[in-house]
Design a protein around this ligand. Structure first.
Ligand code: PMP
Length: 426
Protein backbone atom coordinates (compact mmCIF):
# COMPACT_ATOMS: atom_id res chain seq x y z
CA UNK A 1 0.00 0.00 0.00
CA UNK A 2 1.32 3.43 -0.87
CA UNK A 3 0.65 6.37 1.33
CA UNK A 4 -1.71 7.75 -1.34
CA UNK A 5 -3.74 4.52 -1.10
CA UNK A 6 -4.17 5.06 2.64
CA UNK A 7 -5.05 8.71 2.19
CA UNK A 8 -7.53 7.89 -0.56
CA UNK A 9 -9.23 5.24 1.59
CA UNK A 10 -9.57 7.73 4.45
CA UNK A 11 -10.85 10.43 2.09
CA UNK A 12 -13.52 8.14 0.66
CA UNK A 13 -14.98 7.70 4.11
CA UNK A 14 -15.94 11.35 4.32
CA UNK A 15 -15.77 12.88 0.81
CA UNK A 16 -17.87 11.57 -2.15
CA UNK A 17 -15.43 9.51 -4.22
CA UNK A 18 -12.63 10.81 -2.00
CA UNK A 19 -12.23 14.00 -4.04
CA UNK A 20 -13.64 17.50 -4.25
CA UNK A 21 -13.67 17.53 -8.06
CA UNK A 22 -14.31 14.36 -10.11
CA UNK A 23 -11.33 14.11 -12.50
CA UNK A 24 -8.94 14.16 -9.55
CA UNK A 25 -10.13 10.66 -8.63
CA UNK A 26 -8.27 9.15 -11.64
CA UNK A 27 -11.65 7.77 -12.76
CA UNK A 28 -10.59 8.37 -16.37
CA UNK A 29 -7.42 6.28 -16.10
CA UNK A 30 -7.97 3.92 -13.17
CA UNK A 31 -5.80 3.51 -10.11
CA UNK A 32 -5.28 5.65 -7.05
CA UNK A 33 -4.84 9.42 -7.31
CA UNK A 34 -1.55 10.83 -6.17
CA UNK A 35 -2.00 12.89 -2.99
CA UNK A 36 0.11 16.03 -3.17
CA UNK A 37 2.06 17.37 -0.26
CA UNK A 38 3.81 20.38 -1.76
CA UNK A 39 5.08 21.84 -5.03
CA UNK A 40 7.81 24.06 -6.35
CA UNK A 41 8.42 25.45 -9.86
CA UNK A 42 7.76 22.66 -12.39
CA UNK A 43 7.56 19.95 -9.72
CA UNK A 44 4.90 18.52 -7.46
CA UNK A 45 5.76 16.16 -4.60
CA UNK A 46 3.45 13.48 -3.27
CA UNK A 47 2.78 12.52 0.31
CA UNK A 48 5.85 10.26 0.27
CA UNK A 49 7.99 13.02 -1.21
CA UNK A 50 8.19 11.42 -4.66
CA UNK A 51 8.87 14.14 -7.24
CA UNK A 52 6.89 14.55 -10.46
CA UNK A 53 7.43 16.94 -13.36
CA UNK A 54 4.00 18.55 -13.57
CA UNK A 55 2.16 19.27 -16.83
CA UNK A 56 -1.19 20.00 -15.17
CA UNK A 57 -0.33 23.10 -13.16
CA UNK A 58 -3.50 22.84 -11.08
CA UNK A 59 -5.42 22.60 -14.40
CA UNK A 60 -3.96 25.79 -15.79
CA UNK A 61 -3.50 28.54 -13.21
CA UNK A 62 0.17 27.97 -12.42
CA UNK A 63 1.67 29.52 -15.52
CA UNK A 64 4.64 30.78 -13.49
CA UNK A 65 5.22 27.37 -11.92
CA UNK A 66 4.30 26.34 -8.40
CA UNK A 67 4.89 28.50 -5.35
CA UNK A 68 6.50 31.33 -7.29
CA UNK A 69 8.39 33.31 -4.63
CA UNK A 70 6.96 36.69 -5.66
CA UNK A 71 3.39 35.40 -5.71
CA UNK A 72 3.81 33.71 -2.34
CA UNK A 73 5.29 36.93 -0.92
CA UNK A 74 2.36 39.00 -2.22
CA UNK A 75 -0.14 36.54 -0.74
CA UNK A 76 1.64 36.32 2.61
CA UNK A 77 1.99 40.05 2.96
CA UNK A 78 -1.68 40.63 2.12
CA UNK A 79 -2.87 37.84 4.42
CA UNK A 80 -1.16 39.52 7.36
CA UNK A 81 -3.61 42.39 7.00
CA UNK A 82 -6.70 40.19 7.31
CA UNK A 83 -8.29 37.58 5.07
CA UNK A 84 -11.59 39.12 4.04
CA UNK A 85 -13.61 42.23 4.74
CA UNK A 86 -16.71 42.01 2.56
CA UNK A 87 -16.12 45.67 1.75
CA UNK A 88 -14.27 47.31 -1.14
CA UNK A 89 -10.46 47.29 -1.21
CA UNK A 90 -8.06 49.16 -3.49
CA UNK A 91 -6.47 46.00 -4.85
CA UNK A 92 -9.78 45.07 -6.54
CA UNK A 93 -9.58 48.23 -8.64
CA UNK A 94 -5.94 47.57 -9.44
CA UNK A 95 -6.57 44.07 -10.78
CA UNK A 96 -9.63 45.33 -12.70
CA UNK A 97 -7.46 48.02 -14.29
CA UNK A 98 -4.87 45.40 -15.24
CA UNK A 99 -7.53 43.15 -16.81
CA UNK A 100 -9.13 46.01 -18.78
CA UNK A 101 -5.73 47.06 -20.04
CA UNK A 102 -4.69 43.56 -21.12
CA UNK A 103 -8.05 42.73 -22.73
CA UNK A 104 -9.39 45.82 -24.45
CA UNK A 105 -12.78 44.19 -25.14
CA UNK A 106 -13.33 44.37 -21.37
CA UNK A 107 -14.46 47.83 -20.27
CA UNK A 108 -15.90 46.76 -16.94
CA UNK A 109 -15.07 43.60 -15.05
CA UNK A 110 -16.49 41.88 -12.00
CA UNK A 111 -14.57 39.41 -9.84
CA UNK A 112 -16.03 36.11 -8.65
CA UNK A 113 -14.49 33.06 -7.00
CA UNK A 114 -14.52 30.39 -9.74
CA UNK A 115 -14.84 29.86 -13.46
CA UNK A 116 -18.24 28.30 -12.92
CA UNK A 117 -19.50 31.45 -11.27
CA UNK A 118 -18.04 33.58 -14.05
CA UNK A 119 -19.81 31.71 -16.86
CA UNK A 120 -23.06 31.28 -14.91
CA UNK A 121 -23.15 35.02 -14.25
CA UNK A 122 -22.23 35.93 -17.84
CA UNK A 123 -25.08 33.74 -19.13
CA UNK A 124 -27.57 35.36 -16.75
CA UNK A 125 -26.35 38.78 -17.81
CA UNK A 126 -26.67 37.90 -21.50
CA UNK A 127 -30.20 36.63 -20.92
CA UNK A 128 -31.14 39.67 -18.86
CA UNK A 129 -29.63 42.09 -21.35
CA UNK A 130 -31.20 40.58 -24.46
CA UNK A 131 -34.48 39.48 -22.85
CA UNK A 132 -34.01 36.08 -24.55
CA UNK A 133 -33.69 32.63 -22.94
CA UNK A 134 -31.92 30.39 -25.44
CA UNK A 135 -28.18 29.93 -25.37
CA UNK A 136 -25.82 28.15 -27.76
CA UNK A 137 -22.83 26.09 -26.71
CA UNK A 138 -20.66 23.47 -28.40
CA UNK A 139 -20.38 19.78 -27.69
CA UNK A 140 -17.28 18.94 -25.66
CA UNK A 141 -16.82 22.51 -24.42
CA UNK A 142 -16.95 22.82 -20.65
CA UNK A 143 -18.07 26.03 -19.02
CA UNK A 144 -18.30 24.94 -15.40
CA UNK A 145 -21.16 23.05 -13.81
CA UNK A 146 -24.05 25.50 -13.61
CA UNK A 147 -27.35 24.01 -14.77
CA UNK A 148 -27.69 25.73 -18.12
CA UNK A 149 -24.15 24.79 -19.13
CA UNK A 150 -23.94 21.18 -18.02
CA UNK A 151 -25.36 19.95 -21.30
CA UNK A 152 -23.10 17.86 -23.57
CA UNK A 153 -20.22 19.24 -21.54
CA UNK A 154 -16.53 18.37 -21.69
CA UNK A 155 -13.83 17.82 -19.06
CA UNK A 156 -14.83 15.58 -16.12
CA UNK A 157 -18.39 15.36 -17.43
CA UNK A 158 -16.97 13.74 -20.56
CA UNK A 159 -14.38 11.65 -18.73
CA UNK A 160 -17.11 10.11 -16.60
CA UNK A 161 -19.58 9.70 -19.46
CA UNK A 162 -22.24 12.03 -18.05
CA UNK A 163 -21.94 15.03 -20.35
CA UNK A 164 -25.53 15.96 -19.50
CA UNK A 165 -26.07 15.55 -15.78
CA UNK A 166 -29.13 14.25 -13.94
CA UNK A 167 -30.40 17.04 -11.72
CA UNK A 168 -30.48 19.61 -14.53
CA UNK A 169 -34.19 20.33 -15.08
CA UNK A 170 -35.28 19.39 -18.60
CA UNK A 171 -37.10 22.69 -18.89
CA UNK A 172 -33.80 24.49 -18.41
CA UNK A 173 -31.71 22.18 -20.60
CA UNK A 174 -34.18 22.79 -23.44
CA UNK A 175 -32.94 26.33 -23.62
CA UNK A 176 -29.36 25.18 -24.21
CA UNK A 177 -28.74 24.39 -27.86
CA UNK A 178 -25.61 22.36 -28.51
CA UNK A 179 -23.79 22.53 -31.84
CA UNK A 180 -20.61 20.98 -33.20
CA UNK A 181 -17.37 22.84 -32.48
CA UNK A 182 -15.60 24.14 -35.58
CA UNK A 183 -18.69 23.55 -37.73
CA UNK A 184 -19.69 26.90 -39.25
CA UNK A 185 -22.57 25.59 -41.27
CA UNK A 186 -24.65 24.38 -38.33
CA UNK A 187 -24.19 27.77 -36.64
CA UNK A 188 -25.32 29.72 -39.70
CA UNK A 189 -28.26 27.38 -40.23
CA UNK A 190 -29.46 27.66 -36.63
CA UNK A 191 -29.22 31.44 -36.61
CA UNK A 192 -31.14 31.64 -39.88
CA UNK A 193 -34.00 29.78 -38.20
CA UNK A 194 -34.09 31.18 -34.67
CA UNK A 195 -31.31 33.78 -34.35
CA UNK A 196 -33.65 36.38 -32.90
CA UNK A 197 -34.49 34.18 -29.89
CA UNK A 198 -30.87 33.44 -28.92
CA UNK A 199 -29.37 35.36 -26.00
CA UNK A 200 -25.77 34.34 -26.56
CA UNK A 201 -23.20 31.96 -27.90
CA UNK A 202 -20.71 30.79 -25.32
CA UNK A 203 -17.55 29.20 -26.67
CA UNK A 204 -14.08 28.19 -25.60
CA UNK A 205 -12.12 30.09 -28.27
CA UNK A 206 -9.55 27.30 -28.03
CA UNK A 207 -11.32 24.22 -26.72
CA UNK A 208 -9.41 22.81 -23.76
CA UNK A 209 -11.92 20.45 -22.21
CA UNK A 210 -12.03 17.85 -24.98
CA UNK A 211 -8.25 17.69 -25.01
CA UNK A 212 -6.98 20.76 -26.93
CA UNK A 213 -8.63 21.90 -30.18
CA UNK A 214 -7.90 25.29 -31.70
CA UNK A 215 -10.61 27.00 -33.76
CA UNK A 216 -10.40 26.34 -37.51
CA UNK A 217 -9.97 29.40 -39.65
CA UNK A 218 -13.27 31.27 -39.94
CA UNK A 219 -15.03 29.59 -37.00
CA UNK A 220 -14.77 32.44 -34.48
CA UNK A 221 -15.40 34.95 -37.28
CA UNK A 222 -18.65 33.16 -38.12
CA UNK A 223 -19.75 33.29 -34.48
CA UNK A 224 -19.02 37.01 -34.39
CA UNK A 225 -20.98 37.56 -37.57
CA UNK A 226 -24.14 35.66 -36.60
CA UNK A 227 -24.16 37.42 -33.24
CA UNK A 228 -23.84 40.82 -34.91
CA UNK A 229 -26.69 40.01 -37.27
CA UNK A 230 -29.05 38.59 -34.64
CA UNK A 231 -28.35 40.75 -31.60
CA UNK A 232 -27.11 37.75 -29.59
CA UNK A 233 -24.05 38.32 -27.42
CA UNK A 234 -20.80 36.50 -28.11
CA UNK A 235 -19.22 35.17 -24.90
CA UNK A 236 -15.65 33.94 -25.05
CA UNK A 237 -15.09 31.60 -22.15
CA UNK A 238 -11.42 32.33 -21.57
CA UNK A 239 -11.30 30.71 -18.13
CA UNK A 240 -8.61 28.44 -19.52
CA UNK A 241 -7.21 30.42 -22.46
CA UNK A 242 -7.13 33.86 -20.79
CA UNK A 243 -3.49 34.79 -20.09
CA UNK A 244 -2.57 31.21 -21.09
CA UNK A 245 -2.42 31.30 -24.89
CA UNK A 246 -1.21 34.90 -25.02
CA UNK A 247 -1.10 38.08 -22.97
CA UNK A 248 -4.37 39.27 -24.52
CA UNK A 249 -6.08 35.88 -24.43
CA UNK A 250 -7.41 33.90 -27.37
CA UNK A 251 -9.25 37.04 -28.47
CA UNK A 252 -5.85 38.64 -28.98
CA UNK A 253 -4.39 35.62 -30.79
CA UNK A 254 -7.34 35.33 -33.21
CA UNK A 255 -8.21 39.01 -33.28
CA UNK A 256 -11.92 38.68 -32.53
CA UNK A 257 -13.74 40.96 -30.10
CA UNK A 258 -16.33 39.20 -27.93
CA UNK A 259 -19.11 41.08 -26.13
CA UNK A 260 -18.36 39.32 -22.85
CA UNK A 261 -15.35 37.38 -21.62
CA UNK A 262 -15.12 34.98 -18.71
CA UNK A 263 -11.83 34.44 -16.91
CA UNK A 264 -10.45 32.15 -14.23
CA UNK A 265 -7.37 30.04 -13.53
CA UNK A 266 -4.33 32.26 -14.38
CA UNK A 267 -6.14 35.42 -13.23
CA UNK A 268 -6.06 33.98 -9.69
CA UNK A 269 -2.49 32.68 -9.82
CA UNK A 270 -3.64 29.53 -7.96
CA UNK A 271 -6.16 31.17 -5.63
CA UNK A 272 -9.94 30.77 -6.19
CA UNK A 273 -10.69 33.57 -8.65
CA UNK A 274 -12.89 34.02 -11.67
CA UNK A 275 -14.07 37.13 -13.47
CA UNK A 276 -16.42 38.22 -16.19
CA UNK A 277 -16.38 41.44 -18.11
CA UNK A 278 -17.01 43.13 -21.41
CA UNK A 279 -18.82 45.99 -23.03
CA UNK A 280 -19.74 48.79 -20.64
CA UNK A 281 -23.30 48.93 -21.95
CA UNK A 282 -23.83 45.24 -21.15
CA UNK A 283 -21.94 45.19 -17.84
CA UNK A 284 -23.93 48.18 -16.60
CA UNK A 285 -26.94 45.87 -16.62
CA UNK A 286 -25.54 44.30 -13.44
CA UNK A 287 -26.62 45.16 -9.90
CA UNK A 288 -26.17 47.58 -8.20
CA UNK A 289 -26.54 49.83 -11.27
CA UNK A 290 -28.65 47.48 -13.35
CA UNK A 291 -31.39 44.90 -12.83
CA UNK A 292 -29.43 41.62 -13.23
CA UNK A 293 -28.46 40.31 -9.81
CA UNK A 294 -25.06 38.80 -9.07
CA UNK A 295 -23.04 38.84 -5.84
CA UNK A 296 -20.46 37.05 -3.67
CA UNK A 297 -19.35 37.19 -0.02
CA UNK A 298 -15.74 36.41 -0.97
CA UNK A 299 -15.74 38.05 -4.43
CA UNK A 300 -12.64 40.18 -4.87
CA UNK A 301 -11.04 38.58 -1.81
CA UNK A 302 -7.87 40.57 -1.11
CA UNK A 303 -5.54 37.58 -0.72
CA UNK A 304 -6.80 36.07 -3.96
CA UNK A 305 -6.49 39.44 -5.71
CA UNK A 306 -2.88 39.74 -4.50
CA UNK A 307 -1.98 36.38 -6.08
CA UNK A 308 -3.75 37.33 -9.30
CA UNK A 309 -2.34 40.81 -9.58
CA UNK A 310 1.24 39.65 -9.01
CA UNK A 311 0.75 36.89 -11.59
CA UNK A 312 -0.59 39.39 -14.14
CA UNK A 313 2.42 41.64 -13.50
CA UNK A 314 4.88 38.82 -14.07
CA UNK A 315 3.29 37.47 -17.26
CA UNK A 316 3.28 40.96 -18.79
CA UNK A 317 7.08 40.95 -18.97
CA UNK A 318 8.47 41.20 -22.52
CA UNK A 319 8.68 37.95 -24.47
CA UNK A 320 6.96 35.92 -21.75
CA UNK A 321 4.57 34.25 -24.22
CA UNK A 322 7.12 33.87 -27.01
CA UNK A 323 9.32 31.90 -24.62
CA UNK A 324 6.39 29.93 -23.21
CA UNK A 325 5.18 29.02 -26.70
CA UNK A 326 8.70 27.94 -27.67
CA UNK A 327 8.90 25.68 -24.63
CA UNK A 328 5.48 24.15 -25.30
CA UNK A 329 6.25 23.60 -28.98
CA UNK A 330 9.60 22.06 -28.12
CA UNK A 331 7.89 19.72 -25.67
CA UNK A 332 5.15 18.64 -28.07
CA UNK A 333 7.47 18.21 -31.06
CA UNK A 334 9.82 16.20 -28.86
CA UNK A 335 6.95 13.95 -27.78
CA UNK A 336 5.89 13.37 -31.39
CA UNK A 337 9.44 12.62 -32.39
CA UNK A 338 9.92 10.07 -29.56
CA UNK A 339 6.53 8.48 -30.33
CA UNK A 340 7.37 8.19 -33.99
CA UNK A 341 10.71 6.51 -33.16
CA UNK A 342 8.72 3.91 -31.26
CA UNK A 343 6.21 3.52 -34.12
CA UNK A 344 3.34 5.07 -32.14
CA UNK A 345 1.04 7.46 -34.04
CA UNK A 346 0.70 10.69 -32.06
CA UNK A 347 -0.90 13.99 -33.11
CA UNK A 348 -0.68 17.30 -31.33
CA UNK A 349 -2.07 20.79 -31.00
CA UNK A 350 -0.32 23.77 -29.37
CA UNK A 351 -1.50 27.30 -28.61
CA UNK A 352 0.77 29.33 -26.31
CA UNK A 353 1.30 27.41 -23.08
CA UNK A 354 -1.50 24.94 -23.77
CA UNK A 355 -1.16 21.63 -25.62
CA UNK A 356 -2.98 18.49 -26.68
CA UNK A 357 -1.52 15.06 -27.45
CA UNK A 358 -3.67 12.51 -29.26
CA UNK A 359 -3.10 8.81 -29.83
CA UNK A 360 -4.51 8.99 -33.32
CA UNK A 361 -3.51 8.31 -36.93
CA UNK A 362 -5.13 11.62 -37.94
CA UNK A 363 -2.53 14.25 -38.76
CA UNK A 364 -4.75 17.12 -37.65
CA UNK A 365 -7.32 17.02 -34.86
CA UNK A 366 -10.03 19.65 -35.26
CA UNK A 367 -13.19 17.98 -34.00
CA UNK A 368 -14.72 16.40 -30.94
CA UNK A 369 -15.53 13.31 -33.05
CA UNK A 370 -11.83 12.79 -33.75
CA UNK A 371 -10.92 13.12 -30.08
CA UNK A 372 -13.60 10.59 -29.17
CA UNK A 373 -11.94 8.10 -31.57
CA UNK A 374 -8.46 8.34 -30.07
CA UNK A 375 -6.93 5.24 -28.50
CA UNK A 376 -8.08 5.52 -24.88
CA UNK A 377 -6.46 2.30 -23.70
CA UNK A 378 -3.10 3.38 -25.01
CA UNK A 379 -3.55 6.74 -23.30
CA UNK A 380 -4.23 5.03 -19.97
CA UNK A 381 -1.10 2.89 -20.26
CA UNK A 382 0.93 5.91 -21.30
CA UNK A 383 -0.42 8.00 -18.44
CA UNK A 384 0.40 5.40 -15.78
CA UNK A 385 3.89 4.65 -17.13
CA UNK A 386 4.72 8.35 -17.25
CA UNK A 387 3.40 8.73 -13.71
CA UNK A 388 5.45 5.78 -12.44
CA UNK A 389 8.48 7.43 -14.01
CA UNK A 390 7.85 10.80 -12.38
CA UNK A 391 5.83 12.75 -14.97
CA UNK A 392 2.40 14.03 -13.94
CA UNK A 393 0.00 14.46 -16.88
CA UNK A 394 -3.73 15.17 -16.77
CA UNK A 395 -5.47 11.92 -15.77
CA UNK A 396 -7.88 11.96 -18.73
CA UNK A 397 -7.59 11.88 -22.52
CA UNK A 398 -10.11 14.73 -22.63
CA UNK A 399 -7.99 17.39 -20.96
CA UNK A 400 -5.45 19.87 -22.30
CA UNK A 401 -1.96 19.98 -20.81
CA UNK A 402 0.00 23.00 -19.65
CA UNK A 403 3.63 24.08 -19.67
CA UNK A 404 4.80 26.76 -17.24
CA UNK A 405 7.54 29.33 -17.35
CA UNK A 406 9.38 27.18 -14.79
CA UNK A 407 9.79 24.28 -17.25
CA UNK A 408 13.40 24.69 -18.38
CA UNK A 409 14.79 23.03 -21.50
CA UNK A 410 16.57 20.53 -19.24
CA UNK A 411 13.34 19.56 -17.53
CA UNK A 412 11.58 19.20 -20.87
CA UNK A 413 14.46 17.03 -22.13
CA UNK A 414 14.24 14.89 -19.03
CA UNK A 415 10.52 14.42 -19.74
CA UNK A 416 11.25 13.49 -23.36
CA UNK A 417 13.84 10.89 -22.29
CA UNK A 418 11.26 9.31 -20.01
CA UNK A 419 8.62 9.43 -22.78
CA UNK A 420 11.03 7.76 -25.25
CA UNK A 421 11.30 4.78 -22.89
CA UNK A 422 7.55 4.70 -22.21
CA UNK A 423 6.48 4.86 -25.87
CA UNK A 424 8.55 1.71 -26.55
CA UNK A 425 6.42 -0.20 -24.05
CA UNK A 426 3.06 0.83 -25.51
N1 PMP B 1 -14.74 27.34 -18.31
C1 PMP B 1 -13.65 26.69 -18.78
C2 PMP B 1 -13.23 26.91 -20.20
C3 PMP B 1 -12.93 25.84 -17.95
O1 PMP B 1 -11.86 25.20 -18.45
C4 PMP B 1 -13.35 25.65 -16.62
C5 PMP B 1 -12.61 24.73 -15.66
N2 PMP B 1 -11.75 23.84 -16.19
C6 PMP B 1 -14.48 26.35 -16.18
C7 PMP B 1 -15.14 27.18 -17.04
C8 PMP B 1 -14.97 26.21 -14.77
O2 PMP B 1 -14.07 26.79 -13.89
P1 PMP B 1 -14.03 26.34 -12.35
O3 PMP B 1 -13.55 24.93 -12.34
O4 PMP B 1 -13.08 27.30 -11.73
O5 PMP B 1 -15.41 26.48 -11.81
Amino acid sequence: MTHSNDLFSAAKQVIPGGVNSPVRSFGGVGGTPVFIDHASGPYIFDSENKRYIDYVGSWGPLILGHAHPEVIAAVTETAQKGLSFGAPTEIETRIAQAVCELMPSIELVRMVSSGTEATMSAIRLARGFTGRDKIVKFEGCYHGHSDSLLVKAGSGALTFGVPSSPGVPAALAENTITLTYNDNESVVELFKKIGDSIACIIVEPVAGNMNCIPPVSGFLETLRQVCDESGALLIFDEVMTGFRVGLHGAQGVYNITPDLTTLGKVIGGGMPVGAFGGKRQVMEYLAPIGPVYQAGTLSGNPVAMAAGLKTLELIAKPDFYEILTEKTTRFVNGMKDRASQAGIPLSSNVVGGMFGLFFSEDKQITSFAQVAQCDQDRFKRFFHSMLDNGVYLAPSAFEAGFVSAAHSDEIIDETLDIAAKVFKTL
